[in-house]
Write a protein that binds this ligand. Structure first.
Ligand SMILES: *Cc1c(COP(=O)(O)O)cnc(C)c1O
Length: 401
């Protein structure tokens, strides 16, 4: 069991009933992450990963320090996308050897910090390569380099495309041989490749195909590599179901595709370690956003539950974090999960904008002021991906239970 059990009256988070948890937190709104569910999910992923494939956590999905600390010993490495996330990973005790730093616009100071820390830089442009060489020379330290490739294929069916076509991420596959040649000598220590085609993919066959095409690409580019390839990070992009009708990702075909990818790499690039980097798949289903009903309003026949939290703290649930069509995240009245008396109600926040909508005409237990609304699937891209300063309400709290 690695997602929440809703077959009881009160939701339990880490074994604590929701209303008691709200008292313990001392305020609403809050995010609560269940450490048992996170550990169970990571164990489930490890169970299907072929032996030898390394599992990294992408901190961007949820950078809460206690959570990063909890995840750290359960994975083989961390992927960071800023000097701030680098600090989080190091503070959590991550081994610099297993930290990868990606991102399309790294500042010179960040590159220098990363070289000083001894982490692997995912180089995404010629400019970055030059800055890295300068930093390495200046510090008298080698810069560990992987080249991030913008593939010459596109992932069809991913929620978010981050590779293929014209993209700001990585260097186009066509430009890679030139950059690889430029890595000879200097203080640059080439280690391998990073390919990240996209995020939030629920279709195993698409992920499998992308893995196979990424291996083709890596094997082609490896011919130009200035040193043996030791690191091949083929991303992840494993999605979680957010909306009605979405089916859970079937892991068995993904695991098969990884085993095939690994077998091909072993044959052609015997020193290469295959890395999978996952964010939301590890933590997204282990978190809830909890808000309290302040008011119950009836407007021309429609029920509105006005709560103390909203889009400023959970932009994604409001439908404003990259979604094309707004759909409801799964929501429930967390202290009345088995209540038979139900109604259609919309859950809104306190902001003076119609965008502040957590659930539009949802089927919910009849709720009163004081009740707790929970938004499920909120363990990733929640608090840190929301404009908390918008309208000047207090920041929300996050707890790991
Ligand atoms: C955002 C990102 C991830 C994590 O994506 P999830 O959908 O949370 O798994 C991993 N790798 C890179 C390079 C990313 O940009």
């Amino acid at each position: 069991m690695d997602s929440f059990d809703t077959a009881r009256e009160q939701l339990l988070v880490g074994g604590v009933p929701l209303t008691l948890l709200a008292e313990r937190v001392g305020q609403t709104p809050f995010y609560a992450y269940d450490r048992g569910l996170i550990a169970a999910r990571i164990a489930a992923v490890r169970h299907v990963l072929p032996p030898g494939v390394l599992l990294h956590y992408a901190i961007k999905a949820n950078p809460m320090p206690a959570l990063v600390g909890w995840v750290r010993p359960l994975v083989d490495g961390m992927d960071v996308a800023s000097a701030g996330e680098l600090k989080l990973a190091l503070d959590a005790g991550a081994d610099p050897q297993g930290i990868g730093f990606a991102g399309p616009g790294k500042r010179a100071a960040e590159l220098r910090q990363a070289v000083a820390a001894g982490v692997l830089l995912h180089v995404e442009s010629a400019r970055e390569l030059q800055l890295l060489a300068d930093a390495a020379q200046d510090l008298g330290l080698p810069a560990r380099v992987a080249l991030r490739i913008n593939p010459d294929f596109e992932l069809r069916g991913a929620g978010m495309h981050m590779g293929g076509g014209a993209k700001p991420f990585g260097v186009d596959a066509e430009q890679a041989p030139g950059l690889l040649r430029a890595m000879h000598g200097g203080g640059l220590g080439f280690e391998g490749f990073h390919v990240y085609p996209g995020s939030q993919n629920l279709r195993a066959e698409v992920i499998a195909q992308s893995l196979s095409r990424s291996v083709d690409l890596v094997l082609r580019l490896a011919q130009h590599a200035p040193a043996p390839v030791r690191y091949v990070n083929l991303g992840g992009g494993w999605g979680i179901p957010y909306f009605p009708g979405e089916r859970r990702l079937d892991l068995a075909p993904v695991a098969d595709a990884l085993a095939q990818a690994q077998a091909r790499l072993r044959q052609e690039l015997p020193q290469a370690r295959l890395v999978v980097e996952l964010g939301r798949y590890l933590v997204g289903e282990a978190g809830v956003y909890v808000v309290r009903v302040l008011d119950r309003k009836l407007s021309r026949g429609q029920v509105f539950l006005v709560t103390d939290g909203g889009m400023h703290q959970h932009l994604a649930a409001s439908g404003n974090f990259g979604q094309v069509i707004r759909r409801n995240y799964p929501v429930a009245i967390g202290n009345r999960l088995q209540c038979a008396e139900r109604e259609t109600a919309s859950v809104v926040g306190p902001l003076c904008t119609p965008l502040d909508l957590l659930a539009d005409k949802s089927d919910l237990a009849v709720a009163q002021p004081g009740d707790l609304v929970v938004v499920f699937q909120s363990g990733a891209y929640g608090a840190s991906a929301s404009p908390q300063a918008f309208l000047g309400h207090p920041a929300c709290v996050e707890v790991l239970v």
